[in-house]
Design a protein around this ligand. Structure first.
Ligand code: ADP
Length: 597
């Protein structure tokens, strides 16, 4: 089941906004904090700068008078009185920590060692130091500033009152500015995430639909942002891709359909000889060739009959693997394989990706027809040779013997005529049988009244029958009609009657019966009570040029094609013919003809 797409557009936008909001907030706080610190430092530096001036003045005074001499600190007091900050406290501390002067403390002897005061400590290490704290000596809060002059420290201190505190406070104007900037950024962020988020949400929806093969809205607008442009391009690429994929799968469908209806067996294998595509004919043919157990068609390539094909495939796949580019368009080979009474044509095509196709065609019929045609041609040549040799012999004898006896000459001419007749019959039969086999579409189909057809035929045979003292009996219903070809129907009865007259013997009787009919077929029997045919000849009697009694057949002007024509004409009418020796005497043919072909 396909999962519904969550309505996550606004959720995503919120997440995106929150993410950037946090970043902007942290950034603003860092800038604010840094700036605040800078501001405070600046204020302190400014204050310390002023205190430093006082320190310098005291130092200059001490330099002038010397600390070792009994310094008259009243001069320092005077100096302090000159300073603009009257409440400034000045202390002079020796490098041993003893306070030698403090403007706010009269009894300096009572003061403890000042070396451990934080501002003094700081100035030991970095020449100057400051500290805000409560004074241990006066009990008031001061901003202390101490400077190290190696032999002594001069320390100035400003009592912390409201105006000092105000001065030390950082300027907050910057924060108003920063806050304003933050507000503007947030507004911009809302606008940007709205736009950007919309595009992203739509793109996400599109990606999910595409992944789940759902319909894509081709008119989806991703907006005019750069992301929107990119999204539009992605959709276009996707649409082109799906068009190509669809076209490809349609082509594949066609190919598979073609494979299924193809008369030949076709299969495609991958380079490891695994079957990837095939049709049912292929499986049929291969199972006829060798029963493949457990559907493992790789066994096919172990069959000795296919060794050449397997070698061909292996050789070419190996060459293709080593980047060999063949200078032929198609790498293919053919091989004819005979198994039992069947002949198969195997064709292999190796593709450039080392996959390969094997097609199998049952060419047994084609091969048989080829053999039959070859035999037929040989037979025809042989059959033609006899009368042609005889005719040329007679004519040459007449020509070479001008004084030949007239009777003899007439005899020779008559014999030549007989042979010419035979020749013409032969040519007629050959062309007729060729027409049935190779161009039977030339025979027209019509309603043929078989009763009338046989009746008329008998008038043609009247004389011959009389000469042979033979009788014919037939009991066809007057409306016995077959929708077929009259010429072929005629050839069936004509050849059978003709044969009986020729071979059965004088005084015999022919019987033609329409002994049965069903919905589709009429069933006939044809019998004569003549000499019949020896049992051993019966299986081959319908073959072309096959004669049971060669001498007699030739003597009677037989072409050896009569029964072959009968068989083909019956087959044309979708029937079958059998021959049997009669129990009593003679021969019996049974055949069926379809009422409508
Ligand atoms: P042909 O042109 O020699 O008659 P057919 O194919 O018609 O050739 O017949 C083949 C052979 O079958 C004949 O040569 C003949 O020996 C034998 N045959 C056919 N019909 C009869 C028949 N009614 N009685 C005896 N032999 C027959």
């Amino acid at each position: 089941m396909q999962k519904p797409i969550q309505k996550s557009g606004s959720k995503y936008k919120k997440r995106l906004f929150f993410f950037f909001f946090i970043i902007v907030l942290i950034f603003s706080m860092l800038i604010g904090g840094f700036q605040y610190n800078q501001e405070r430092l600046y204020r302190r530096e400014k204050l310390e700068y002023a205190l430093n001036i006082y320190t310098q003045q005291v130092h200059q005074l001490i330099q002038k008078k010397g600390l070792n001499e009994k310094l008259n600190f009243s001069e320092v007091d005077t100096l302090r009185a000159l300073m603009p900050d009257n409440d400034i406290r000045i202390s002079v501390i020796t490098n041993k920590g003893k306070v030698v002067y403090d403007s706010f403390v009269n009894d300096i002897e009572k003061l403890d060692n000042h070396l451990n005061r934080p501002e003094v400590q700081k100035s030991i290490h970095s020449k100057k130091g400051s500290n805000i704290r409560l004074s241990g000596s006066t009990g008031q809060s001061y901003y202390y500033y101490s400077k190290n002059y190696y032999d002594y420290f001069v320390r100035t201190a400003l009592p912390i009152n409201e105006s000092v505190m105000d001065f030390l406070k950082a300027n907050t104007l910057f924060f108003y500015f920063l806050f304003g900037l933050f507000g503007v950024t947030v507004v911009f962020l809302i606008y940007a995430t709205e736009h950007f988020g919309n595009s992203i949400a739509k793109l996400r929806k599109f990606a999910i639909n595409a992944a789940q093969n759902r319909d894509i809205d081709p008119n989806e607008d991703f907006g005019k942002t750069e992301l929107g442009e990119i999204s539009n391009q992605i959709v276009k690429i996707y649409q082109n891709l799906s068009k190509t994929t669809n076209a490809l799968s349609q082509e594949k469908e066609k190919l598979i359909m073609h494979l299924q209806i193809a008369q030949e067996g076709v299969a495609i294998f991958d380079k490891n000889k695994n079957l990837i595509l095939w049709n049912s004919h292929f499986i049929d043919y291969i199972n006829y060739l060798a029963h493949i157990s457990s559907h493992n068609y790789q066994e096919l390539f172990e069959l000795p009959e296919l060794v050449e094909i397997t070698e061909f495939i292996d050789k070419n796949s190996k060459e293709l693997d080593t980047n060999y580019i063949p200078n032929v368009d198609i790498i293919s080979t053919k091989k004819t394989i005979t198994i039992g009474h069947k002949v198969f044509l195997f064709q292999v095509v190796v593709f450039l990706d080392s996959k390969f196709e094997i097609s199998v065609n049952d060419i047994t019929k084609v091969e048989n027809e080829k053999t039959i045609k070859q035999e037929m041609t040989l037979n025809i040549a042989h059959e033609l040779k006899t009368p042609v040799t005889a005719i040329s012999g007679f004519l040459e004898t007449i020509k070479d013997n001008p004084g030949m006896d007239e009777n003899k000459k007439a005899q020779f001419i008559e014999r030549s005529c007989l042979q010419i007749n035979r020749l013409s019959n032969l040519i007629q039969d050959i062309s007729f049988i060729t027409k049935i086999e190779e161009a039977n579409e030339l025979f027209s189909i019509e309603d043929v009244n078989v009763n009338e057809l046989v009746k008329e035929m008998l008038t043609d045979f009247e004389l011959k029958l009389l000469e042979a003292k033979m009788e014919i009996a037939f009991n066809f219903p007057s409306d016995l009609t077959i929708k077929g070809n009259s010429e072929l129907l005629d050839s069936i009865f004509r050849n059978l009657i003709d044969n009986s007259i020729k071979y059965a013997g004088e005084g015999c009787k022919i019987e033609i019966k329409n002994y049965f009919e069903d919905t589709n077929y009429h069933y006939f029997s044809f019998t004569d009570n003549g000499v019949g045919i020896q049992e051993e000849h019966l299986p081959r009697i319908f073959e072309r040029f096959y004669r049971a009694d060669n001498g007699r057949s030739r003597k009677m002007g037989g072409t050896g094609l009569g029964l072959s024509i009968v068989k083909n004409a019956v087959a044309y009418h979708k029937g079958r013919i059998f021959v049997k020796k009669r129990k009593e005497q003679g021969i019996e043919f049974f055949f069926s003809l379809k009422k409508e072909i």
